[in-house]
Ligand binder design. Sequence first.
Ligand code: 9WN
Length: 447
Amino acid sequence: AGGRRPVRYARPTLAARAARVLRDNDTGAVITAAPRLYPHMWSWDAAFISIGLARLDLPRAVAELETLFKAQWRNGMVPHIVFTDDDAYFPGPDRWGTDTAVDGPRNVRTSGICQPPVHAIAVQRMVEIARTSSPEERADAERFARSIWPALYSWHRWLVEYRTPGSSGLIAIVHGWESGMDNSPRWDVPYAAVNPGDELPPYVRKDVRVIGDPSERPTDKEYDRYLWLIEEMRRAGYDQKEIVRRSSFLVGDVFITALFAVSCDVLIELGTEFGQDEDKLADLALWASRARDAVAASCHSVSGMARDRDLRANRWLDTQTIAGFAPLLCGGAPDEVQLRLLSLLDSDRWCGHPGLLAPVPPSVSPMRPGFNPRQYWRGPQWPVVNWLFGWAFERRGWHERARKLREAGLRLTDDGAFGEYYEPFSGEPLGSTDQSWTAAVVLDWLC
Ligand code: 9WN
């Protein structure tokens, strides 16, 4: 490989460029997810951004997560978007209409759904990074971990209390955006049952104006469904119990469930170290073990891949995507299943595909029908997802595997464009460039 892209930056230059992206995307109040396409704060982006920032400016990293958690809803939900005043993104706060939601936050405008719970992971990583720095930074990071812990706990409790319906034990999402993998083929079957009514208020997309090639984004038909689900939630006044009872989309998300399990573990570690309440630590241990069991129980008997569950239609969703490797993030599946997943991940169906520029797992296997190398969550490689697997592998003691994923991630991103996602064969950056979370994970890999 090599030579398919004109530019390959040496590591120090790449690090300097990544740092500049985070600085340039800083409005002073928040670091936007991307300069033009996403001029607001996104929940899971903010977590990754804080990890990258911890290397550059710990107080700024702390401030970022504090801003996100100031927008936490009174019931515990951490909203997926915290809006700035910029109106270049649709749907903005007026369309969401959460201002009158009973549980909404005060003095800040947010969307009305959530995103994957990776925030405890970010806080622990920030502490680790600060410990390699000065004694002052170490003390600041530890003070921050102690002070944000109760808010992290109540965020996790919200996921259990409001989003673990039925008996599967999986954490449920009520909108594909909550998964962070918006138009992944994971959601095609449940979305087919979402029928936007005639009452869908008209709207104009803004994302396709920013992205030169609209085929890199979800389709209009998909957007109608995304907007219809918002309409349903708005009508329910963002009453979570009501939404989970009635919305036309309710799916147990195995990837979120795995992240939740491991985030609970991390929260236990932080809480044990920083003297948090024993009862709360016991809650977290119970939640982690239930989530892990749910992930293991979802594994397909032949492929071993973990599956989402359509909770409206009561059936497993067999579409194979990167999310099928969820048990590798959190553990808990039988050894034999885990080995099968590892060899599948290494095989030519995934990271070992001979055509890939870099052995980073694509969002969908290039061997699957429906794989689209340019469209969003239907094929491209996402650096943040690679970071998550690398982080989890390191944590599980699989150092060589973690190192390989880090190297692969750096190979993919050494063009210095900080693409939102990448075409797996040519390595062309797609979607937004100068995407903050891509810059952040690159910084973490480099340090
Ligand atoms: C909708 C910000 C976000 C990411 C998501 C990614 C994309 C938004 C969009 O951008 O979603 O939330 O408008 O497409 O899918 O994972 O957090 O980077």
